[in-house]
Ligand binder design. Structure first.
Ligand SMILES: [Cu+2]
Length: 211
């Protein structure tokens, strides 16, 4: 009896943990939404960012949300980071040369002047949008932070697909790819999810040819 109730509580806690992890209120029914991203020629686009804004889910991350982009061998690692609005990002420099990381993007204009090691404070991304990163010293260093008003996001695999667990209702589906013209924001369309059953959506993105 003791064991039974212990397992039951532990199981319930794990399930609640999963729901919280997805940012969904406990007990909310979610459906698997498969999104496939295609280029203008109809070919699958790998590495595209897909996000779903859901009315019942907090737009801003819980306080203390952190992420990291290292500078390693004169590149940003990862070169593309997706975070929820309200996330603070650290920019540790793992190289022996100094870097000078900056962005002129309207969603987050900032500058980390010439530094080694870990800057004393992270950069808070408090507005949704595309933030392009550069380094004043190394022109070839380019990175991107995609900031979205939702914890429900992912990136497409080699087949151009990503699966997200989305609660029933009318939502906003956002998609973006690094090969979209510079200055292009995430592309939005409506997404309807019924109370049961999986949903599949195909989204063509206006990307330019790979270099
Ligand atoms: Cu640099």
């Amino acid at each position: 009896m003791f064991l039974n109730s212990w397992w039951w509580r532990r199981g319930a806690g794990l399930l609640l943990g999963l729901a919280v992890g997805l940012g969904l209120p406990g007990g909310v029914q979610a459906a698997a939404v498969t999104v496939q991203i295609l280029d203008p020629a109809g070919k699958p686009l790998a590495g595209a960012v897909v996000a779903v804004e859901v009315g019942s889910v907090a737009r801003v991350a819980a306080p203390g949300a952190r992420a990291e982009i290292s500078q390693r061998q004169r590149t940003f690692d990862p070169g593309l980071l997706v975070v929820q609005t309200g996330t603070s990002v650290d920019f540790p420099n793992l190289d022996t040369v100094r870097h000078h990381v900056y962005s002129f993007s309207p969603a987050r204009t900032f500058e980390l002047k010439l530094y080694n090691g870990r800057p004393s404070s992270p950069v808070l991304f408090d507005r949704a949008g595309i933030v392009v990163l550069g380094c004043n010293i190394h022109d070839q260093m380019v990175g991107t932070v995609v900031v979205v008003d939702t914890p429900l996001f992912g990136r497409t695999d080699a087949a151009g697909r990503v699966v997200l667990e989305v609660p029933a209702g009318e939502h906003r589906l956002l998609a973006w790819h690094v090969r979209m013209r510079e200055g292009t924001d995430l592309l939005a369309q409506s997404l309807k999810v019924g109370p049961t059953g999986a949903v599949a959506v195909t989204v063509p993105l206006p990307v330019v040819a790979a270099p």
